[in-house]
Design a protein around this ligand. Structure first.
Ligand code: IMP
Ligand code: MG
Length: 180
């Protein structure tokens, strides 16, 4: 695997597709075990989570699972703006539903905390979160996700849905910003 360059910055290989697939399948097994027969509603937080959500949703192979989408934006370039903008709302009724929030990465936790607060108002049966990646050292609000693929240090990464100003989401592997 080669290094990649975006906006004049160099990124080196960090998590390979085989390792990602392994964790996605491990998470899927845990979720299948916990939600079988519960008609769960997966809530994919766009844009970053779309690739992970597609892989996870299929891997769970839950006969009665549904998926829907919501869109948030909090990052500009390589850092959080500290402000979360909702760009697309929730169209489903979630009252009495078991909701599984699907996130690509939990960084400051601001997006997750705001979403959990909004969902709680609509009286779901339960809300849990699955995130492929989690930066525990960067967490400033709320708790971490109930299901975590990888816990990683607070470094900027991209690929497998994660972007730098919209770029690099289509890389099959995950890359980390190279230290100078
Ligand atoms: P939070 O609200 O600070 O937890 O930010 C969550 C969102 O920030 C994620 O869903 C990503 O879209 C974005 N984000 C956080 N860390 C990274 C990163 O290392 N690379 C790319 N996007 C990131
Ligand atoms: Mg995101």
């Amino acid at each position: 695997m080669e290094e990649v360059t975006y906006q004049g910055l160099t990124f080196e290989p960090y998590i390979r597709r085989e390792e990602i697939a392994k964790q996605v399948h491990r998470l899927a097994q845990e979720i299948k075990r916990d939600y079988d027969g519960k008609n769960p509603l997966f809530l994919c937080v766009l844009n970053g989570s779309f690739i992970f959500a597609a892989d996870l949703f299929r891997a769970c192979s839950l006969h009665d699972a549904e998926i829907t989408f919501i869109r948030f934006k909090s990052y500009d370039g390589m850092s959080s703006t500290g402000e979360v903008k909702q760009l697309m709302g929730l169209s489903e009724q979630i009252q009495d539903r078991h909701v599984i929030i699907v996130e690509d990465i939990i960084d400051s936790g601001i997006t997750a905390a705001q979403l959990r607060k909004e969902l709680a108002k609509q009286s779901p049966a339960s809300v849990k979160m699955v995130s492929l990646l989690f930066k525990p050292d960067a967490l400033t609000v709320g708790e971490g996700p109930e299901y975590v693929g990888f816990s990683i240090p607070s470094k900027f990464i991209l690929g497998y849905g994660l972007d730098l100003d919209g770029l690099a989401r289509n890389l099959p592997d995950i890359y980390v910003l190279k230290e100078k």
